[in-house]
Design a protein around this ligand. Sequence first.
Ligand SMILES: [Zn+2]
Ligand SMILES: [Zn+2]
Length: 275
Amino acid sequence: MQVTFYGVRGSIASPGPDTVRYGGNTPCLRVDNGSDEIIILDAGTGIRRLGDELAGDHRPIYLLLSHQHWDHIQGFPFFKPAYRGSSEIFVVCFNCESHENLSLTQQFSDPFFPVPASALPSNIHLLDEEGIRDVNFQGTIVTTAPLNHPGGGSAYFFRSGGKSLAYMTDNELFPPNEPPTSYEEWVERCHGLDCLIHDASYTDEEIETRIGWGHSSIGQALQLGLDAGVKLLVLFHHEPDRTDDQLDEIVAECQEKVGDSMKVIAAREGETLTL
Ligand SMILES: [Zn+2]
Ligand SMILES: [Zn+2]
């Protein structure tokens, strides 16, 4: 199983000289296990480049959204496969019973965008979280868990060929209210994962003034990785102001703290991890 990062930044795209190495696009990943389907996580601004790479690829696309905040859907109007009549796009999304509450396509409307969703030639289908369990994905099992985030959302877990991966972005591990998923439940769900991609938006100082915003600190993500016995922790949803040099320092500090017990990296646009 491989996972490739096309966007790793939280909240808003942040291109510039200080974000060149880790990248400035908002969340988009591709999970590839050699199946007959294209699996994409989130449709932030990073999905534009992924769409370009899929120019000659007509396999069905499964777009699994963590949730529908702006930074996770904003790239979709620039996703070229959406403009192909041959494209079958299956969207999985928390709390989307109908196309009327699918912001992913609702953003194709005045005054946000000139092309209406009704003019898109692709076939966009809604699939609920139960529905993805019926898709084979070459034997990959895909499951979900509710995120602790304003408005809700879904974490995704993949198990394939003896390897395991979790995508948990926009998740507050220690929220002020009663969470849909407790810390203990997260530890259980993440137990022994080969790779955990987790929200690490804030430093441990920054989060003090951002409790209830729906994100976690770097230290909290580290704690979950250690408590769950994760092999590789990928810090994700970097703050727009976080520079490349700061991310280098953060990773080095984290690695020093945990020693050999877990490998820690920061998600980097363009990087492919092979599990
Ligand atoms: Zn976000
Ligand atoms: Zn969000």
